[in-house]
Design a protein around this ligand. Sequence first.
Ligand code: 6R9
Length: 801
Amino acid sequence: MWLPCRCATKYVVASFRRGVSASFLHVLRRGRSSWNSAAFMPESAGFEGVSGRDALHDYSVSHGESFWDAVARQRLSWIRPFDAVQDCDLSQGRIKWFEGGKLNVSVNCLDRHVHTCPERVALIWERDEQGSEVRYTYRELLEMTCRLGNLLRRHGVKKGDCVTIYMPTCPLAVASMLACARIGAAHNVVFAGFSSEALAERIRDAQSSTVITVNQGVRGGKITELKRTVDAAVQSCPTVRQVFVAMRTEKRVEMTDRDFTLEEEMLKEDVVCEPAAMDSEDVLFLLYTSGSTGKPKGLVHTQAGYLLYAALTHRYVFGYHDGDVFGCVADIGWITGHSYTVYGPLANGGTTVLFESTPVYPDPGRYWDMVERLRINQFYGAPTAIRLLIKYGDQWVKKYDRSSLTTLGSVGEPINTEAWEWYNRVVGEGRCPVVDTWWQTETGGICIAPKPSEPDAEIVPGMAMRPFFGIKPVLMDTEGKLLTSNNTSGALCMALPWPGMARTIHNNHQRFLETYFQPYPGYFFTGDGAYRSQEGYYQITGRLDDVINVSGHRIGTAEIEDVLNQCSAVAESAVIGYSHNIKGQGKYQRVYAFVVLKKGVDIQEADLSKQLNSMVSEKIAKYACPDFIQLAKRLPKTRSGKIMRRVLRKVVDCDLDGLGDLSTLDDPAAVQEIIEGHEKLSTYLFKTATVSQTDQSHAQLFTGPRRLRTLSRDVFPVPVFPTTSSSIFICCLACLTSSDGRPKSRHKNGIVTAFMAILVARRTATPMTKRSTERNTRPVVIGGRVSGSEDSGGSCSRPSW
Ligand code: 6R9
């Protein structure tokens, strides 16, 4: 692997921190006493009437042209300035920013910082082998990028071509991305854990003639034969002419005529590479995200708008200041790695950590050891990892010095209350704001997050809260009408375009239009549901296809999971609704929960079921209690940690042929275990079923193709609570018999039931639910089913709730 001529010393970092950041610290200190928008964002000095963060946000939305014009001129280096800020029409799905402008993204990420501070550390490569980090300065990263750019050019890669990068998170992968940007080629980074078929599909769709990979990957102490995977993939990719292989380990691998050793070839190249002058709207990269059916979508991002948005959000959401060390632990094969490991931090001249390992290698203290060693200031990770680490206990965190931390970020899934509080209290010692950042591959960068905000503005646990500059979220009802009031839930859409949004789906613009722009004409449809609180804050309630309709009540699976996860025995859970028809009652949904227990927990099913039911009925309502609980060792997740609920739904529906695109699945064994557990449950229910209506629904569980033999202790049904409608019926009866409206003693029972029913009915009528923390309310989601994916994106239809 390409190493810097000399490892960057701690001295360089320290001197940089002292010298360069002094003026920023001054601004920061001033900013803390009274918020000064010009100090906060220099451009805002030119925005009339702006005197605070809220006013700045209002301005960015009401005067979008002027806001983005100023910010783009100030923060990007242009070869030729742009003529028009935007030419967008959401009703047509037309998105164009900064047309007429020419720039080079690699120049913006490298050269301009090399001019001012060449020895500043750009990358800290946290290699899988703990304690063996390597630092690369901006000068070194530019040299690497230039050699690579020249190499690609010499091998015939031209402006407009697409290079597939199949590498773990490492400096050469970053340099490969930037080298593509330098010569005007697009890149297509494929997560290095994907199978050869998944890789082949993405290479073919992107029509790449060049692939860059490594001989072997090293992650969590395990070796993966990445070159061998590429060899298998390119068998079915006739477009591939050449494969460059970097040496991550010493192991020699078989090379064919098509293969070149990357480092050897780079040595032949010059360290100066002429940057291509790119149009603002030329393609910067494709990034594939899975769909529940059919092919994965290659979302397309372009040059100027994407870079500007990644840079601006990186600086303001995380409060990034020059000299800080930014630790985003996402893999570069995910959009989070693109925007917040590579482009955002480098465009801001920051120091960014490349994390090659896993949260539990060699032990569950890995993240916090790294925080201490690298003096990380902002740490950005996924709720799934946080939930995993909670299982191992606080001692793994407390062992390390985390005093460098200033901000903690979360991304990828709703962060449940327990995880949020642990992150805040244990990791951040209660002094670091936790920013729950909502965004998608499609949005390019963070759209909703608690920061930036006025210095002492509240942060509500588990809520993304505030739209970023230029972002105008709206909620839609089932008819496609705008919901204008607060304290309401609906489909989350965006009313204004912003520079970071994806421009199309590669080779399928029609799918792009149908998925994101046709469901709500004039708006960008995210596929997610959200709740807007009384105060106007947003809380993401999950994919709209993860909404369950139980006995007429709509509820987000995340809401039930949040409560289940608060049980001390539970490590994590996934809830789905399964539907069936009951004669004369039409379609009907039940709650099915998959539960993973914490390590070493020994609990009887009956006790667990009792605990979970009482928690759900207390914090939400009885109707939301799981009808079935299936214990699982783990949940099927994507490589980026998202629970694949659609796979769970298919298993429960016994539709194993319809599992859809599994290329993003992290560990196929998890699905097999789930199928087996479900078969056991089906068998048990078959044995115990009676002819009652409830059991008719159970009976449907075993109508699928597979049957099982024995009952084990890891699956069990739980008592079904009476429905809300019967309570309401008793309520009406009770009220009728009370002529003066006051309770009569002989109707006491009825009145108590009536009271209960009113509570439940109120719960149904309002989107607020009881929560453990008073401030942290979560809605009942209104929603319906769209066939979207757990990764992102939805279908072309409006949710039919
Ligand atoms: C960045 C990323 C996008 C989908 C998105 C949503 C879910 C992401 C979230 C969140 C709740 C958050 N999601 N962040 N849900 N709270 N803070 O994850 O991109 O892989 O495209 O996934 O992830 O459902 O629509 P991507």
